[in-house]
Design a protein around this ligand. Structure first.
Ligand code: FES
Length: 120
């Protein structure tokens, strides 16, 4: 029996506009998509999305800040993660889940992967 793992991305609208996200002075905001709590980041005019909780010990990423080179810094133990890839720049070996985000005419959308095993 063969199995195919099909992954599709579901785009979920999280806000009508940037204003509706109420970014902090550090450029972070809380949002929710499909029951997942997210942290949205506005950095140099670009938007980024990641899970709301730090993979280390659950710090709220939206309460952190963005460093001078564009890494998000967790407010609890200050581990740093690349906004684009989620790579743990400060080297502790964690991975921050990131999501694609798009600003469209109809609003701001985050892409959530959905997938399943299908027997074939
Ligand atoms: S909880 Fe984020 S670095 Fe420890």
């Amino acid at each position: 029996m063969r199995h195919n793992y099909i992954v599709t991305v579901k785009w979920i609208k999280i806000a009508e506009s940037r204003e509706e996200l109420h970014f902090s002075a550090d450029g972070t905001a809380h949002a929710e998509a499909d029951g997942k709590k997210l942290c949205i980041i506005s950095y140099k005019e670009e938007l980024y999305a990641c899970v709301s909780k730090c993979p280390h010990a659950g710090g709220m990423m939206a309460d952190g800040y963005i460093d001078a080179v564009g890494n998000i810094v967790c407010p609890v133990h200050r581990y740093k993660f690349d906004l684009r890839t989620g790579r743990n720049i400060s080297g502790e070996g964690y991975y921050l889940k990131t999501y694609p985000i798009e600003e469209r005419q109809e609003g701001i959308f985050v892409g959530i992967k959905t997938g399943g095993l299908f027997g074939g």
